[in-house]
Design a binder for this molecule. Structure first.
Ligand code: ADP
Ligand code: MG
Ligand code: ZN
Length: 560
C-alpha cells in the first residue's frame, strides 16, 4: 500500500476512508510511533483497533496482536484483508499446514500484522521464533482478561509478562473497555506498564438521565413511571426470577404489554420473548440480569431497576443498555434497606475467595452510596469507574437539589442505641429500642432497661429505617454483613459527641422522570461515533448472517 505521505492521518484518510481521528486515537498513535508503551481505556466501539493498526503500517517490522478469541481475530483479519493489508492469525484450531504456510509468509516478510492467542504466543517455540524477527509492537487487545477481578478472566494472559523480559525494547500497547481500578492495576502489573501512560476516554453516557427512587410501594411506583413513559420501550431489572414473573403478571393485568425473561424459562420461550421485545417499540421487558448480554436494541428509552443492582459495575452495564441510539433515555433505581441485606448475603454466600467477597462488597457499597448520594449522581458513577468529572447538570440531583435537614440529634440517638446494644443487633431490633417497643427480643436482652429505650418514639419505623440507611450510605455507620448487626465507626464518634452535623434528605423524591421532557443534543464527535457504531454493526451482521440488533460488542461477537 502506497500513501502520499507517512502520516497517521493520511493512512486514516486513504486506507480507512475516515476523515478524522476520534478521541485520543491520534495521541496514542503518535506515542506508539515514538516507541512508547501504554494502556488504552476506551468504551466499546470507541475505535481501539486503529490505535495499533495504523502504527503497524507505518513502521518496519511486524506487529503482534494478542486477542482472546478466534471470532475476534477472524473479523479483524477479514477487515484488513478487504483493505489490502496483509494480516494473518494463529489459533489452536488451525491445522499444521495452514500454520506452516503462515510461518513461511512471516519469514518471507509478507506479513504486517499477526493475530494470536496468548497460549500460542507464550509457547517457547514461538517466542524463540519471533526473537529472530523484527517486531515493532505488541498490542494486547481485551487486556482486562489478565485480571481475575474482571469478567472474562483468562489465566494465560498473565503469562504475557514474559514479553517485557524477552523484548524490553518493543513497545506494548494494552487495550480494553473495562475501566475498573483493580483491573487496571492488574494490567499494569502483568504487562509491565508501570512507567507507561494511561490513555483514558470518558465512559460517560451523556444522553442518560440518572435518577433514583426510594422504595415505597415498589409496584405502584413502577406503574406510575411506565404510565408516564408509555410511548417508548424499556427494561425492568429484578434480582430474582420469582419477582420477574410476579411483576410481568402485575403489569399485564394493568394493561401494559410486559414480557418476561430469565434463565428459568425454556430456551425457546426466552428466544421468543427476546425477539418480541427487539421488534417492538413500546413493550416492557421484565428480566433478571440474564437478559442483556449481547443485546443491542438501540431505542430502549429507560432501564428501571426494580431492585438495587448488585454492584456499581453491574449498574453501569445494565443502565447503559438505555439510549444506544444516542437519544434521551432514563435510568431509574428503585431501592430500599432490605436490598442491602439481600445483596450482601448473595455476595457472602457466593463461592469465591474472601478477598473477592471483600471486593464485591466494596462495589455494593459504592452502589448504595450512588443511590443515597447528595451530590451529582453521574459524578458518583464515573468516580467509581475511576473517572473524575464535574457535576453533570443532567441527573435528578443536579436538576433538583434535594431538600436537606439537620439530622444530628436523631443520628446521635441512633448511634447511642447501637452502642448501648453492644453493636450486636440488626436494624429491626435497634428501631424497636429507639421507639420503645418491648418486643420479645428486646425483653430477652433486657434492652428495655437501657437509657436509650424509647428515645425516638416520635418517629415511625419507616422514618427510622430511612434515616439509618442514609447514615450507612454516608459512611457514618457500618453493617456487619455476616450477622446483620449495625455498628458505630470512627466517623460516628464526632457525631455522637456533638462535634459534627449530619444532613440527610428530608423527603424522598416523588416524581419519576419522563423522557419526553428531556432534551439532549449530540456533540459532533458523539454523532460520528454513533454512525461508526451503526455501520460497523451492519457490517458484522452481514458477515455473521444475524440481525444487526444482535451485534453489540466484541463480547457479543464471541458468543455468535
Ligand atoms: P473498539 O475495539 O474500541 O470496540 P473498533 O476498533 O472495533 O472499536 O472500532 C469500531 C468502529 O469504529 C469500526 O467500524 C472502526 O472502523 C470505526 N472507527 C474507528 N476509528 C474511526 C475514526 N477515526 N473515524 C471513523 N470511524 C472510526
Ligand atoms: Mg476491539
Ligand atoms: Zn448530575
Amino acid at each position: 500500500m502506497i500513501f502520499t505521505d507517512n502520516s497517521p492521518l493520511t493512512v486514516l484518510n486513504q486506507l480507512y476512508g475516515y476523515p478524522a481521528f476520534v478521541g485520543e486515537q491520534e495521541k496514542i498513535i503518535t506515542h506508539v510511533l515514538n516507541g512508547g508503551s501504554g494502556l488504552v481505556l476506551m468504551p466499546t466501539g470507541g475505535g481501539k483497533s486503529l490505535c495499533y493498526q495504523i502504527p503497524a503500517l507505518l513502521v518496519p517490522g511486524i506487529t503482534i496482536v494478542v486477542s482472546p478469541l478466534i471470532a475476534l481475530m477472524q473479523d479483524q483479519v477479514a477487515t484488513l484483508d478487504e483493505l489490502g493489508v496483509s494480516a494473518i492469525y494463529f489459533s489452536s484450531v488451525l491445522d499444521e499446514e495452514t500454520n506452516y504456510e503462515s510461518i513461511r509468509k512471516i519469514k518471507a516478510g509478507l506479513v504486517k500484522l499477526v493475530y494470536i492467542t496468548p497460549e500460542k504466543l507464550c509457547n517457547q517455540w514461538f517466542i524463540n521464533f519471533i526473537m529472530t524477527l523484527k517486531i515493532s509492537l505488541f498490542a494486547i487487545d481485551e487486556a482486562h482478561c489478565v485480571s481475575h477481578w474482571g469478567h472474562d478472566f483468562r489465566p494465560e494472559y498473565q503469562r504475557l509478562s514474559v514479553l517485557k523480559q524477552h523484548f524490553p525494547k518493543v513497545p506494548r500497547l494494552a487495550l480494553t473497555a473495562t475501566a475498573d481500578y483493580y483491573t487496571r492495576i492488574d494490567i499494569i502489573h502483568f504487562l509491565g506498564l508501570k512507567d507507561a501512560p494511561v490513555f483514558a476516554t470518558s465512559f460517560n453516557r451523556s444522553n442518560i438521565y440518572y435518577s433514583t427512587l426510594e422504595k415505597n410501594n415498589g409496584k405502584g411506583q413502577l406503574l406510575s413511571f411506565i404510565g408516564k413513559n408509555k410511548s417508548g420501550c424499556g427494561i425492568v431489572y429484578c434480582n430474582s426470577r420469582k419477582r420477574v414473573d410476579e411483576l410481568t403478571e402485575f403489569l399485564n393485568s394493568n394493561g401494559i404489554n410486559a414480557i418476561n425473561y430469565h434463565a428459568g424459562l425454556a430456551s425457546d420461550v426466552r428466544n421468543k420473548n427476546q425477539t418480541e421485545f427487539l421488534q417492538s417499540s413500546t413493550s416492557v421487558m421484565v428480566a433478571t440480569v440474564a437478559f442483556g448480554l449481547g443485546i443491542d436494541k438501540p431505542d430502549v428509552r429507560y432501564v428501571y431497576h426494580f431492585d438495587m443492582p448488585r454492584s456499581i459495575d453491574h449498574f453501569y452495564q445494565e443502565s447503559g443498555r438505555a439510549g444506544r441510539d444516542s437519544m434521551a433515555a432514563i435510568s431509574v433505581v428503585n431501592y430500599g434497606f432490605k436490598e442491602i441485606y439481600e445483596l450482601s448475603q448473595m455476595v457472602l454466600n457466593s463461592e469465591v475467595s474472601d478477598l473477592k467477597k471483600r471486593y464485591e462488597l466494596d462495589k455494593l457499597k459504592r452502589m448504595i452510596a450512588y443511590c443515597d448520594s447528595l451530590v451529582c449522581r453521574r459524578q458518583v458513577l464515573l468516580d467509581a469507574l475511576g473517572e473524575k468529572s464535574d457535576p453533570c447538570g443532567n441527573c435528578d440531583l443536579c436538576l433538583n437539589s434535594p431538600n436537606l435537614v439537620d439530622a444530628s440529634v436523631i443520628a446521635q440517638k441512633i448511634m447511642s442505641a447501637i452502642y448501648r446494644m453492644q453493636q450486636r443487633f440488626g436494624v429491626t431490633q435497634v428501631i424497636d429500642v429507639l421507639r420503645g417497643r418491648a418486643t420479645a427480643t428486646v425483653q430477652v436482652w433486657e434492652h428495655h432497661k437501657l437509657s436509650t429505650f424509647g428515645i425516638a418514639s416520635e418517629y415511625t419505623e419507616k422514618e427510622l429505617r430511612r434515616i439509618i440507611r442514609q447514615l450507612y450510605s454516608q459512611g457514618l455507620l457500618d453493617i456487619d454483613f455476616n450477622t446483620g448487626a449495625l455498628k458505630v465507626n470512627a466517623k460516628s464518634i464526632p457525631v455522637m459527641r456533638g462535634l459534627e452535623q449530619v444532613w440527610i434528605k428530608a423527603t424522598a423524591l416523588k416524581v419519576a422522570p419522563e423522557f419526553k421532557q428531556l432534551t439532549w443534543l449530540r456533540t459532533e464527535q458523539e454523532e460520528r461515533l454513533y454512525h461508526n457504531l451503526i455501520s460497523w454493526r451492519h457490517q458484522m451482521a452481514v458477515r455473521h448472517k444475524v440481525s444487526h440488533h444482535a451485534i453489540l460488542s466484541d463480547r457479543t461477537l464471541r458468543e455468535i
